[in-house]
Structures are given as C-alpha cells and as structure tokens.
Design a protein around this ligand. Sequence first.
Ligand code: AQP
Length: 391
Amino acid sequence: MHANIGRCGQGLTKIPRFGSNCLRSGFVYWQSNSHCFRRWSSFQTPRSPDTTRTIFSGIQPTGVPHLGNYLGALREWVRLQNDTTEGTTLYFSIVDLHALTVPQESAQLRRWRKEAFATLLAVGLDPSRSTIFYQSSVQAHAELFWILCTVASMGYLSRMTQWKSKLQLPDDTTLDNSATRSRLRLGLFAYPVLQAADILVHRATHVPVGEDQKQHLEFSRNIANSFNHIYGSVFPSPEALISPAKRVMSLKEPTLKMSKSHVDERSRILLTDSPDEIHKKIKAALTDSDTMITYDPIRRPGVSNLLELLGHFEGKSCQDLALEFQSTSLRALKENLASYISNHLRPIRDKYISLMDDKTGYLDDVSEQGARAARANAELTMRQVREVMGL
Ligand code: AQP
C-alpha cells in the first residue's frame, strides 16, 4: 500500500485513509494551506497507484556526516530526489531527538544540527523539491512516539542490537542482568519506536537507509501492522531501500562500520575534509602485511574496504578493480582512491563552507519552511490517529 496524496482541486490536497480493500467507508481529509477539512465518505478510498510514493529518511546530528553516511544514505536521497516522478513526496529530517539518546553537550549539539543541515543542502538536496526539517520542530513525531509506545513490544525491543552496541554490550545481552538494566536509559531502548514514529507520521512508503538500519525498518513495519490490527488501517507498511553501499567500513578498524562516534577521527572521512586531510587519512588506512591487491572482505577487510570505496566512485566491481591494480602497489591504489574522493567531495565542501558562512539567515529560513510543511503533513496523520483511538 502507498501513501495516497492526490491533488484534488485548487490548493487542496486529499489524504484518504489507508484501506486494505476497496469497499469500506471512512473519513476523507482535505487540506488547504491553513485548514484541514473532513467528510464522511461511503466510498472506500481507492488503492493508490503504484507510482505514488512518500519517501522519508533521517540523519542524526552527532557529528559532521562522513563517507559512510554519504554513500549509504545521502547520495541515494539526492538520487531519489532528482529521479523523482510526479506523485512522489520526499521528507528528509535531521533527527535531533534521536541524538539525545546518548549524552550531548548543548552547544555542541546546536553546532552539529546546523552542520548536518548545511551538509544536506551541500550534497544536493533541494528545498524546492524535498522537505528538509529538524525533527524537534515537528511535535507530532514525539506525540506519535508515545502512542506507538503503547503497542510496542518490550520483547522485540530487547532483541534490537542498537542499544547494545551503544552500551558496548555483546549482541546476545538480555535485560535479565541488573547491571545492564541500570545502565540502559529508556530513550536509548525506545529509539526504534521514535524512528517508527518518524516514518509513520509522514505515512512514508519507502525509507532509504544503510544496511545497519534494516532491523529498525522491520520493527517499524511490525509496529505499523500492530497498530493497524488494533485500530484499523491507518499506516502503510514502509519498505526499506537499501543503498548499494550497504556498509562502508572504518579506515582504522575495517571490521566495524564507519561511524561519527568512533574515537579515532582518522577512522572516517568527513564530507568537509580538505584534499590534504583525505590523502592523509587514506594513506594511514589500516591494511594487512600482504602487498598484493586482492578482494577478500573476510580475510582482508582493510584492502577490500578501499576497493569497495573506489568501486562506489568509479562504478566498477571490486573484483575488476583488484585485477586492475594487481600489478601496481597498495600505495597506487590509495593515491587513486584519495584523488577520486577529494575530487568528488570538493564541490560539496565548497558549498558547505559558503552555507556555514552565510549571514543572511538562509539556513534558518529553509529549516522553518521545511518544518511548516512537515508539521502540516504530520498533523493530517495525527488527526486520523486521534480519531481512530478516540482521543
Ligand atoms: N558506515 C556506514 N555505511 C553505510 N551507511 C551508513 N550509515 C551510517 N553509517 C554508515 C547510514 O547513514 C544514515 C544516517 O545515519 P545516522 O547518522 O542517523 O545514524 P548511524 O547509522 O548511527 O550513523 P553513525 O555515523 O554511526 O552515527 P553515530 O556514530 O552517532 O551512531 C543511515 O541511513 C545509516 O544507515
């Protein structure tokens, strides 16, 4: 099923409820810029055409985005935006409430929010085509989070891996241990419920993410189904769009994913790094003692990660690249990769710098415009949710 937002008369947007069949009656919602109208319809809203899609995704402002965020998510967001057809709406959010699930220093969080916003524009998101907003500016995300908490299963949440990895606990950790329970904060444990609320409040049908988020997407589908089962069909079942760059690995510990919060800054390439910094980080990337270039992610994760990175820029397979570089050296591979990355990131970095230096309030204006549009869309969902729940 798909979000069904169709133009229906000048300045009005029709938002029918999701129905599993075509024969039920229900409220039909109509939205103008300032009002939302409702009427009872005895006709079931038709199933939306397959071309109608609502895309939602988010990024945490926990540091300047890195190459993993870019290849695993941001580059796909831009591609989806630029390839978008009529009937597709796009929402991209700086999910600042999620960032609070680990301790944050307020001045730093303020700076990271702005940096993340500037990065989204710098990589090519266009506010005239995509709605870009801070999650905390749209209170409906928090309201729906609470409502979904009333249907979320503790058992399911306890099996999720994110709270364990953030607390550096093994994946088989359970809540039986009292030391674990006392370290675990409710917000971190409930992170997937807030993520489900982010997606469902915009009635998203497709969610472009890196592979690390697949488990959370499954949870969102599960919670949407549970809610629909109890209260009737309100939410579509969101589908993950996993980027071809499933998991970009750390340059220093290539068995771990590249991450904003890894202690070693040389483990990641920031989208704002200078060519000099990029060359230094790639040069220092951990490989093994074998000087031959072969692609073997299990036994040779370091060199394989470099080949994968080059493959994402050159559009070639890792096996082909390994053959191409077989008669050269690791140094040549690293230099080639560093040049590709710095050439690709140069315009992004330039735009980022000019956005961060801007004194006209442009970023604030864009974020306010995005928040207004996101609030209006989320409110339509919340009216249906409150209605079916008797609130
Ligand atoms: N290494 C990665 N490879 C591919 N995709 C990645 N993503 C993150 N790291 C990689 C994707 O980037 C999007 C935004 O992620 P996020 O910032 O919301 O959360 P995260 O996955 O927790 O990212 P980090 O960098 O690891 O942040 P910290 O260190 O703060 O936890 C998501 O779609 C994610 O899949």
